[in-house]
Design a protein around this ligand. Structure first.
Ligand code: GLY
Ligand code: MN
Ligand code: MN
Length: 430
């Protein structure tokens, strides 16, 4: 791993929170992700499943975590199964978790080799009545691939048809949504790396550079600061491309007079940052670009102030819609009649701002977290309004990551990343 080892106190706390919500005589199982194939002997770089990482810190394939708070043998209340390592694997694949290292990383005393899983699990199941399965119930999930977790669930149901089943996901959605201080620090680190990338490109962008050259500058800065790289596929969109919300080709040349929208964030220790900045390719905003930019910035700042304990996510979005409507009227993009005649299911402002304003952020970029119940302190959200005007070759989005506080305004983890027009222009022209 490139990141500094995380104090296992975090994973101990996370397991404690999960186990406190389990039913009596129940067992919960969490699997690693597979290593996904490309073809021939090529594979994608490994990405750990965020749930097993959250509960154990184990960042390795072929790992299983078992939690069984009522196990008769106290050493079986928490067990981590890891792939057996040996001298041959060490030579060909490098260092893997030894039993000692697995304990140091996770804080779990009982580590077994994966080859012992079936035997140990059968024994534990004779004591258990309910099994918690870790299904994916994220509100935006659209996964067609069968995961290691899915295969485990199918096999477990076949092997133990008389047990009861329960869902881990609602517990994880609740506890992962509220961040521990250690997690906020890791998110802050990811944001600090993103800041370094952004400052680097402010001195690099000029008419004639290619979008992929800018992408490369970010990646260079991220990796040299202990990040694996981008937390999500980066969007580096100049001119009209900024109006394609998921533009990821990043293959055009930046032109004098155009704006450049960059939705780019570094990961650190599997935690995501999620930033969007929009800058003028030539270092100077036009009056019209400035007016639209200032409108987006005002909506971002006013929306941020609404992220306080008690806010309901859906109502927040309605309030942000009102803020945006006022700005669009001010810019002359909407008129009063547009607003009076609007369809309440697709309000007039959506013509220029068609995506959501905020999502939970954490181990996943669109993270787990409660959305239907009131917001709580220490939830982390993005704030990302935008105005997109294809007719003017113009798309502006600004995105920061903020932590809800018990009292007062949220803390902005991106407060050091330049966003004011004067600062951006002066850094680009330094
Ligand atoms: N970068 C993904 C998002 O802003 O939601
Ligand atoms: Mn983003
Ligand atoms: Mn986002």
């Amino acid at each position: 791993m490139k990141y500094r080892q995380i104090d296992n106190q975090l994973f101990r706390k996370n397991r404690k929170k999960f186990m406190s919500q389990m039913k009596a005589k129940s067992i919960a199982v969490f699997n690693s992700n597979d290593v996904y194939p490309i073809g021939a002997d090529s594979t994608m770089p490994f990405e750990q499943h965020r749930d097993i990482f959250y509960l154990s810190g184990a960042d390795q394939e072929e790992t299983i975590l078992v939690l069984f708070p009522d196990a008769m043998d106290s050493k079986h209340r928490e067990i981590l199964f890891v792939r057996e390592t040996n001298a041959h694997i060490a030579v060909w694949e490098g260092e893997k978790l030894t039993k000692e290292k697995a304990t140091e990383v996770s804080g779990i005393a009982t580590i077994y080799w994966l080859s012992d899983f079936e035997k140990v699990f059968f024994d534990l199941m004779t004591e258990a009545e309910t099994v918690y399965f870790n299904t994916n119930e994220h509100y935006r999930q659209a996964v067609e691939t069968q995961t290691r977790e899915d295969r485990f669930i199918i096999k477990c149901k076949q092997d133990f048809p008389a047990h009861q089943w329960a869902k881990s996901n609602p517990i994880l959605q609740e506890i992962r949504g509220v961040k521990e201080p250690e997690e906020t620090s890791l998110l802050q680190e990811a944001c600090a790396i993103t800041e370094k990338g952004f400052r680097r490109i402010l001195g690099f962008v000029k008419p004639g550079v290619w979008e992929y050259e800018i992408e490369a500058e970010y990646l260079h800065e991220f990796i040299r600061n202990r990040s694996k790289g981008f937390a999500y596929t980066p969007i580096v969109a100049s001119g009209a491309s900024a109006n394609v919300l998921h533009y990821i080709e990043n293959n055009l040349q930046c032109k004098d007079g155009d704006l450049l929208l960059m939705d780019v964030g570094a990961e650190y220790a599997n935690y995501s940052s999620d930033m969007t900045r929009t800058i003028p390719v030539n270092g100077k905003f036009t009056a019209r670009q400035k007016a639209v930019y200032e409108a987006v910035l005002r909506v971002k700042d006013l929306a941020t102030a609404l992220l306080v304990p008690g806010t309901i996510w859906a109502e927040y979005h309605k309030e942000v819609g009102k803020l945006m409507t006022a700005e669009l009227l001010g810019l002359g993009l909407l008129d009063k009649a547009d607003v009076q005649n609007e369809d309440e299911n697709w309000p007039a402002y959506k013509k220029y701002f068609m995506h959501g304003t905020s999502h939970h952020l954490g181990l996943n970029t669109h993270d787990y977290g409660a959305l239907k119940t009131p917001m709580k302190a220490n939830m982390v959200f993005t704030v990302e309004p935008g105005i997109y005007i294809p007719g003017e070759n113009l798309g502006i989005r600004l995105e920061d990551d903020v932590v809800i506080q018990e009292h007062g305004a949220p803390i902005n983890l991106m407060k050091n990343i330049p966003i004011e027009i004067e600062e951006i222009e002066s850094l680009m022209n330094a």
